[in-house]
Ligand binder design. Structure first.
Ligand SMILES: Nc1ncnc2c1ncn2[C@@H]1O[C@H](COP(=O)(O)OP(=O)(O)O)[C@@H](O)[C@H]1O
Ligand SMILES: [Mg+2]
Length: 233
């Protein structure tokens, strides 16, 4: 069965593309056949892909496609999704009409946030959209909020401390235990040097790899857990 994961936060630029690149790299490393779909007009994912090609650093097991419309996505999914173990959909950082069709195609929506009020609100909106599409289509797409660009300093802020109670207790969606820390390597991989998993293992890379493995383990767990669907009582 093909697993479809989308990164959505209509009010943020805190790491959708980066998270998907890292997750894709992990699945590919395990021998999975991964498709990534760039639905963002800024084409960051596609640019990364072509840069990787130019630098002869294209990751094995990953293919990147560009579709900017719901129609394009639907057609691609119908004709091609079966050929892949994982399809990862990257979306724009603003609310657009493609959000509902992406959720309709997805098994899991990840909403990355850096600790800013705007991005937390964007993640809550994304969860509401998942609930609405689930209800309308009778499906069970999961949702999780991923804290990104975390630093020691950020962890001392009031907003950071409020994230867990807001997301888990008030909004009642899933908060990933794994946090994506602010790391230079996550910036570097945007420069067409392939995936995180292709980099020579230094201490810094090893930390990022462990973080990503923990994230993917949580993603797999969430996908396996039917009960994680919808708003808990
Ligand atoms: N965990 C991180 N550590 C350091 N830099 C990051 C991290 N996540 C993202 N970035 C940087 O922030 C920029 C925006 O991240 P990106 O994944 O493109 O966000 P989005 O796709 O949500 O717009 C990237 O170019 C990258 O350099
Ligand atoms: Mg992006």
């Amino acid at each position: 069965m093909t697993v479809v994961i989308a990164a959505i936060n209509g009010k943020g630029g805190a790491g959708k593309t980066t998270a998907l690149m890292n997750i894709a790299g992990e699945y590919a490393l395990r021998g999975g056949h991964v498709a990534m779909i760039d639905m963002d007009a800024r084409n960051n994912l596609m640019k990364w892909w072509t840069d990787c090609q130019e630098k002869d650093a294209q990751p094995e097991g990953i293919e990147v496609y560009s579709h900017k419309t719901a129609r394009g996505l639907e057609r691609w999914m119908m004709d091609n999704a079966n050929a892949f173990d994982h399809v990862l959909i990257d979306t724009p950082g603003e609310d657009t009409s493609i959000v509902d069709p992406v959720i309709a195609a997805a098994d899991l929506v990840i909403s990355p946030i850096q600790p800013s009020k705007r991005e937390v609100l964007g993640a809550i909106d994304s969860f509401e959209n998942v609930l609405r599409v689930n209800e309308a289509l009778g499906k069970a797409c999961r949702h999780g909020v991923l804290r990104t660009r975390i630093t020691v300093t950020v962890r001392h802020t009031e907003l950071y401390r409020k994230i867990r109670p807001i997301i888990e207790d008030t909004v009642k969606t899933y908060l990933f235990r794994t946090e994506v820390f602010e790391r230079n390597v996550y910036k570097d991989i945007h420069n067409g040097i392939g995936t995180l998993q292709m980099q020579e293992v230094t201490d810094a890379i090893a930390k990022a790899r462990r973080e990503t493995q923990a994230l993917v383990a949580e993603v797999d767990q969430l996908l396996a857990n039917e009960a994680a669907t919808g708003r808990a009582a």
